[in-house]
Design a protein around this ligand. Structure first.
Ligand SMILES: Cc1cc2nc3c(=O)[nH]c(=O)nc-3n(C[C@H](O)[C@H](O)[C@H](O)COP(=O)(O)OP(=O)(O)OC[C@H]3O[C@@H](n4cnc5c(N)ncnc54)[C@H](O)[C@@H]3O)c2cc1C
Length: 682
């Protein structure tokens, strides 16, 4: 072989879109220095099964060789507009970083195995050599199939295939007390966490970015993208190719519009660079230290870390987050020197972030343990079995096979894809997706999700519980819709959490039901979140502020005393509890109020999918702290006032209650419990 023969290594990137803390780059640099390889070909393939690729079709073509990338039960797009954008930005950040090191990132469309096969043929025909095909392992059935297919094409051409361990998790699998066998994983997260004692001790060191990389192969060593697709050459054109399928919306009636003056809780761009900036901001601003107090927030960018999307695509690793927290806790450099907690060791906030990162590890290990049961209607608990999209998954008997199993409501085959048949369940699902169920908290969460791709953990839990337990819909429809819409979609975290909340996963209190009215009282006590995303309800004046003394706003400007009076007046603001209930459930508004707001005759106001009775009673003594709010139900605990017809939280502040014991009382029109809702005279 001539000394000039290129010896190329192909690195197929997946959810490892970063240069730092990635051993593969270091290894390729080492092999290059040793002379084992001459070139490195970093490659990313937009997998046509998971991402709709018709926007990449050449201008004179409109026939794609691939079926639409839609979900199996609900017919939703697999990857919606928020994540496609974040993904494109993340890829562009890797590409830019590689270019700065005299390398590049090759983008392709199709199936990974076909793309790799085409490259191998091209290089081998050109008398070059491919010294290996590398990729990082992922959990998930499709992901495993992809790995197997790439391995097959590589080995068929006698090219070495290597699957690398996924390094983006908090604690390395080899350091877990599982004896290298996921079947030893405890089915209860708390037990898993206890086994690990203090998570802070475990994570391995994060790696720096490589100094140098092997050069990118010459142009003629790399085959063109096979037709009928064309690869965009700018970030903007890449985003528009990916988002072309959604140019006319998501195919849902009544898709919400961005409300005026409401801002996204997740305004972040994708990529390692943006991820590092976000992480530094969280440390510098003290948000990490405050995390435990703020994490149940609903509005704003900093109540929680918003690192999930960066972690999901591997723009950041959990151990990088841990390393940054440790540097801050130990006061090693100046980042965060002015923030509370600097140099003070692990605090409640930083410890709580680590607990959440461990949840993420746990969900992934559950996927390893339970495999395809991730997609089973009956979940990890597997009361029935079957299989995602398999024959049994689409039969009516599935819900009836076990007397103890919930009777999930199904939508007709084809789901939400255009032209599909529709039934009452389809209509309820659509109302859920666009935020028109009539439950304020659920609708705000749904609209925020559609409009921004992000929604808080608190809101996700409520939404999932509502879909699965109040509406009784096949929970996988919710999981698929979230897969489509979430900017931070992660296979294990999404499906694992949906199972958990639907009561078929690893929640030891599987019967829990979140009461969205009580949850709104606990976490949106002034209705600010709901009114931010459901602007139709903004005209309801919930917060009552006593008149500020005229002197406090006098022409000469406020004196110290005046300022004090104004502050006292502000502190004495009260929440009008009856009106707050209108925000939580608009059907409770009196007719004159509906007319005033132009909501008379509006479906989601007049015929909500579910009515939950909370009655107002007792003294309405203003109290700055409680804002007239008295939480009903056992576990709500704030005295008389609203009386929820149920037990409330069994403890621990989730506000969820036990299935079977909690009942929303029915009102006229809509059914009240899962199983009996109907809208529109159904
Ligand atoms: C129905 C439902 C679906 C979800 N789908 C996803 C998903 O697709 N992708 C995803 O990353 N998370 C998912 N979660 C978990 C959680 O809601 C998000 O991780 C979190 O809201 C992201 O915001 P954050 O980064 O500000 O989180 P923070 O509160 O700041 O938490 C820090 C990090 O810990 C991890 N984390 C926190 N909570 C969980 C959890 N319950 N399970 C797993 N990891 C967690 C995330 O990586 C997160 O970035 C889902 C939760 C529910 C109830």
């Amino acid at each position: 072989m001539s000394a000039r023969t290129p010896r190329i290594l192909i690195y197929l990137l997946r959810k490892d879109l970063r240069l730092s803390d990635n051993n593969i780059w270091h290894e390729t640099a080492k092999l290059h220095a040793e002379g084992t390889l001459t070139h490195l070909l970093p490659l990313y393939v937009f997998n046509a099964v998971q991402v709709e690729t018709s926007g990449f079709l050449a201008p004179d073509t409109n026939e794609s060789p691939f079926p639409e990338a839609r979900s199996k039960v609900g017919g939703f797009w697999r990857c919606g507009p928020h994540r496609t954008k974040f993904l494109a930005e993340s890829l562009w950040d890797v590409k830019t970083g590689l270019e700065q090191k005299q390398s590049d990132l090759l983008l392709r469309v199709g199936h990974s195995a076909d793309v790799v096969s085409g490259i191998l043929d091209h290089v081998l025909e050109g008398a070059g050599e491919v010294v290996g095909v590398w990729m990082v392992e992922e959990e998930g059935t499709e992901e495993k199939e992809e790995e197997a297919a790439v391995r097959e094409v590589a080995e068929a051409k006698e090219v070495e295939f290597k699957l690398w361990k996924d390094e983006k998790y908090f604690i390395d699998d080899d350091d877990l007390p599982l004896n290298h066998d996921a079947s030893n994983l405890d089915n209860v997260y708390t037990n898993f966490r206890k086994d690990i004692e203090r998570a802070r001790k475990y994570p391995r060191q994060a790696l720096p970015a490589p100094d140098t990389l092997p050069p990118f192969p010459s142009e003629h060593s790399v085959p063109a993208q096979p037709g009928p697709f064309v690869i965009p050459t700018t970030l903007e054109s890449l985003i528009s190719a990916l988002n072309e399928p959604f140019s006319e919306g998501l195919g849902l009636a009544n898709q919400p519009q961005m409300p005026p003056e409401t801002t996204s809780a997740h305004p972040f761009s994708g990529g390692e660079t943006a991820g590092r900036e976000r992480l530094n901001h969280l440390i510098r601003s003290g948000a990490m230290t405050r995390y435990k107090e703020t994490r149940n927030g609903l509005l704003g960018t900093d109540y929680s870390t918003k690192l999930s999307a960066f972690l999901a695509l591997g723009c950041l690793t959990a151990r990088q987050v841990h390393a940054a927290l440790t540097v801050f806790e130990e006061g090693i450099d100046d980042i965060g020197a002015d923030a509370e907690g600097f140099g003070g060791g692990e605090n409640e906030g930083t410890a709580a972030v680590r607990v959440e990162l461990l949840w993420r590890d746990y969900m992934r290990l559950c996927v390893r343990k339970f495999g395809a049961r991730l997609f089973d209607l009956e979940g990890f608990q597997g009361k029935i079995g079957g299989g995602y999209g398999g024959a049994s998954a689409s039969t009516a008997e599935e819900g009836a096979a076990s007397s103890s199993a919930p009777k999930w409501k199904r939508i007709p085959p084809g789901g939400m894809a255009p032209g599909g048949a529709r039934n009452n369940a389809t209509r309820a699902l659509e109302a859920f997706c666009v935020g028109q169920t009539g439950q304020g908290l659920i609708d705000a969460a749904a609209r925020e999700l559609v409009l921004t791709g992000y929604v808080s953990n608190r809101a996700r839990q409520n939404a999932a519980s509502f879909l699965a337990k109040h509406l009784g819909l096949d929970w996988r429809l919710g999981a698929e819709w979230y897969e489509c819409m979430l900017v931070d979609y992660d296979l294990a975290s999404n499906w694992g959490n949906w199972q958990y909340v639907a009561g078929v996963g690893t929640d030891p209190r599987a019967g829990r039901v979140f009461n969205p009215v009580k949850q709104a009282l606990d976490y949106d006590g002034r209705g600010e979140y709901i009114r931010a995303w459901v602007p139709e309800l903004r005209g309801i004046q919930v917060v009552m502020t006593p008149a500020i003394p005229a002197a406090a706003v006098g022409a000469a400007g406020p004196s110290k005393e005046d300022e004090g009076a104004a502050a006292a007046a502000a502190a004495a603001t009260t929440v009008h509890q009856e009106r707050l209930m209108w925000v939580y459930q608009a059907w409770r508004m009196p007719e004159r109020e509906k007319r005033r707001l132009g909501l008379k005759g509006v479906d989601w106001v007049e015929k909500p999918l579910v009515k939950i009775q909370f009655s107002v009673e007792g003294p309405k003594k203003p109290s700055p702290k409680q804002h007239y709010l008295h939480r009903g139900g056992r576990g709500g605990g704030a005295g008389p006032g609203f009386r929820g017809r149920g037990r409330g939280s069994p403890g621990g502040g989730s506000g969820a209650s036990s299935s079977g014991s909690w009942r929303s009382a029915g009102g006229s029109g809509a059914g009240s419990s899962a199983g009996s809702w109907r809208r529109g005279g159904g």
